[in-house]
Design a protein around this ligand. Structure first.
Ligand SMILES: N[C@@H](CCC(=O)N[C@@H](CS)C(=O)NCC(=O)O)C(=O)O
Length: 198
């Protein structure tokens, strides 16, 4: 398998972290979706990363769809639990983490250009998402389930992405359980091996 997408992208990073967490070997091509349109569009007609090239040449796109595929490959340690309720919880929490990525990206790229009311709304969306994840990261909460699932991976990547892209927001004091979860896994291979350096 070959993963296309720089780890500056939280979407690509969560896929890489999922692959590593399940011990699945992969090659990596660190394409930047914003700066390398031509390369990104070879794999995805809308030129976004990540894409995942399978060994038979099939190309998967979109981190959510890729995680769903990886989940098929790991039935004994599912990234998305099979039970109906647990599955819904994981998908919901992963969607919240994904929403934090989106609003953090908007705030970081365009926060200074838009009216203050818009930037305030993005901040409120980010903090709302983080608070929901924080509640789920408390002892016994779904983000604490082992092995770590797609929602926990997405949430930890969200905490680091926000800190890197919006350091002024200083959200960690408001989310102690989520901050503790992220700190606990900071040096674990799925995160230590995928930390963006730029
Ligand atoms: N829904 C996509 C979103 C991917 C995405 O937005 N990737 C960004 C990088 S963080 C990108 O490549 N953007 C290029 C562009 O929008 O032109 C996923 O989950 O994979």
């Amino acid at each position: 398998m070959k993963l296309i997408g720089t780890y500056l992208s939280p979407y690509a990073r969560r896929v890489a972290a999922a692959l590593i967490s399940r011990g699945m070997p992969f090659e990596h091509e660190a394409v930047n979706g914003y700066r390398e349109f031509e390369i990104a569009s070879r794999y995805n007609p809308v030129a976004k990363v990540p894409s995942l090239v399978l060994d038979d040449g099939e190309v998967l796109i979109d981190s959510t769809a890729i995680l769903d595929y990886l989940n098929e490959l790991t039935p004994s340690t599912p990234l998305i639990p099979a039970g109906s309720r647990a599955r819904r919880t994981t998908l919901k929490l992963a969607a919240i983490g994904y929403g934090v990525y989106e609003q953090a990206a908007s705030l970081s790229f365009r926060g200074r250009e838009v009216p203050e009311t818009e930037a305030r709304r993005w901040k409120a969306q980010i903090l709302g998402g983080l608070r929901a994840l924080d509640e789920a990261a408390r002892d016994g909460g779904p983000l604490r389930a082992t092995p770590m699932d797609a929602a926990a991976i997405t949430a930890i990547v969200a905490v680091e992405y926000l800190a890197r892209t919006n350091p002024d927001l200083d959200a960690l004091p408001a989310i102690p359980a989520l901050a503790a979860l992220a700190a606990e896994y900071r040096d674990a291979p799925p995160f230590a091996l995928t930390r963006a350096t730029a």
